[in-house]
Design a protein around this ligand. Structure first.
Ligand code: XUL
Ligand code: CO
Length: 439
């Protein structure tokens, strides 16, 4: 057992909004019941392994700034074991129910495929012990199909079928690892499934390869009896110029084309929505409207920077609207809220990692409290129902049921002298109302 990284910190308690202690939750009261369910079960918070434990704080211009003791000064597997101990110290001190990981976060790649698999197996054994000891569960696992140079031209969409095969080997083991740890979901993020230039890209071929890859994953999921949900995480670009999983709508079309709509749902990330030119709420609403909602990565971007800054969330209004939509649709199901979020490079003190998560989780908790109040008072339901009321009457029914064709509809307009009048959309009034509900 290595030394604790935060020796002076106990489990972060809930202290309420008036407490001055920064190492406490001010809004996230895990056992507090809202709409018949605890905040813990409503939010299903997860901490991610890769940014919080693995990332050294480097960027395209500079080296790592964090100097974590488990990042150097030992053999790779020894460091992986130290990292695992700190990871579970972090998860349990934050009192979160879940974590998320890529295969390579847990165990480094070995000199051969067999060694890689053996190393992952060893770390899974240790992770099982830590999960049993702390009660922390796995929200989802995934495979890193973008870091290794072999994936520079994509994994499933690579022009070389041998790369496809190696990616398949990797996903098989990451999926089985997720199954072994009792994961609630398995995520596929197509970080390099796209192109840098169209000049040498056969788009049709690459999309077919991606479709085949997903079918293989679905088949294997059923073969091993994994009950979790498969999720694709849309992102429009970065690292490549264009990624095929551009946004929820693009993934929807891809799933429909490959007969996978019943098999794969979506993991929606706030800043991926922004990068695609949408709001987070749009992506959530699109997924729900098409029965594709799965889970959320809650990290945000920066309004001035056009890349994926992966910042911890701090916008209560945004969290409120997302939670309102999710609650109205029946809740998260097997999904959760994952903090796929990075500290800023200057946040080098060990407790910065705690403050970042506390702030993010409290933002989410405030969003939940506000969304529950909005729902209980039916604020948005009321005005939305009113807006579409005409569709409940005879004309609306006849249009949608197919009772009227285009010609009969046109006749009816003349016969009845229809003269619909514009009505106010009342946007500002609704915005004011929402702002009064923010807790
Ligand atoms: C990258 C991203 C990934 C996925 C998992 O932008 O969000 O970390 O969440 O591979
Ligand atoms: Co993500």
């Amino acid at each position: 057992m290595s030394d604790p990284y935060w020796p002076d910190v106990e489990c972060i308690p809930y202290r309420g909004p008036d407490c001055e202690d920064a190492l406490a939750y001010h809004y996230y009261d895990a056992d507090h019941i809202l709409l018949g369910q605890s905040m813990r079960d409503h939010l299903r918070v997860a901490v991610c392994y890769w940014h919080s434990l693995c990332w050294p704080g480097d960027d395209v211009f500079g080296d790592g700034t964090f100097a974590r003791p488990w990042h150097g000064g030992g053999a790779p597997m020894e460091l992986a074991e130290r990292k695992l101990a700190v990871a579970f110290e972090l998860f349990s001190k934050l009192d979160v129910p879940f974590f998320t990981f890529h295969d390579r976060d847990l165990a480094p790649e070995g000199k051969s495929h067999v060694e890689t698999r053996t190393q992952l197996d060893h770390m899974l054994e240790l992770a099982e012990v830590e999960m049993a000891r702390t009660g922390v569960g796995l929200l989802w696992g995934t495979a890193n199909l973008f870091g290794h140079p072999r994936y520079a031209a994509g994994a499933a969409t690579n022009p070389d079928p041998e790369v496809f095969a190696v990616a398949a080997h990797q996903v098989l083991h990451a999926l089985e690892a997720t199954h072994r740890l009792g994961g609630a979901n398995y995520v596929l993020w197509g970080g390099r499934e796209g192109y840098d230039t169209l000049l040498n890209t056969d788009m049709r071929r690459e999309l077919d390869q991606l479709g085949r890859f997903m079918q293989l994953v679905v088949e294997h999921k059923h073969r091993i009896g994994f009950q979790g949900t498969l999720l694709i995480e849309p992102k429009p670009m970065e690292p490549t110029k264009h990624q095929y999983d551009f946004d929820s709508a693009a993934v929807h079309a891809f799933l429909a084309q490959n007969g996978l709509e019943e098999e794969i749902k979506l993991n929606i990330e706030v800043n991926h929505a922004t990068l695609a030119g949408h709001s987070f709420q749009h992506e959530i609403e699109y997924a729900i409207a098409n029965d594709l909602f799965g889970s959320v990565d809650l990290n945000r971007g920066d309004p001035q920077l056009g890349w994926d800054t992966d910042q911890f969330p701090c916008d209560v209004g945004e969290a409120t609207l997302a939670l309102h939509a999710i609650l109205r649709a029946g809740g998260l199901g097997s999904g959760g809220f994952n903090f796929d979020a990075k500290l800023r490079r200057q946040s080098i003190a060990p407790d910065d990692l705690l403050h970042a998560h506390i702030g993010g989780i409290d933002t989410l908790a405030r969003g939940l409290r506000s969304a529950v109040c909005l729902l209980e008072d039916g604020v948005l339901e009321g005005c939305t129902l009113e807006r579409y009321r005409g569709w409940e009457a005879q004309l609306g029914h006849d249009i949608l049921s197919g009772a009227l064709d285009l010609a009969r509809l046109a006749d009816l307009v003349e016969q009845q002298g229809l003269d619909p009048q514009p009505v106010s959309g009342r946007q500002e009034q609704i915005e004011n109302q929402i702002s009064r509900y923010l807790r």
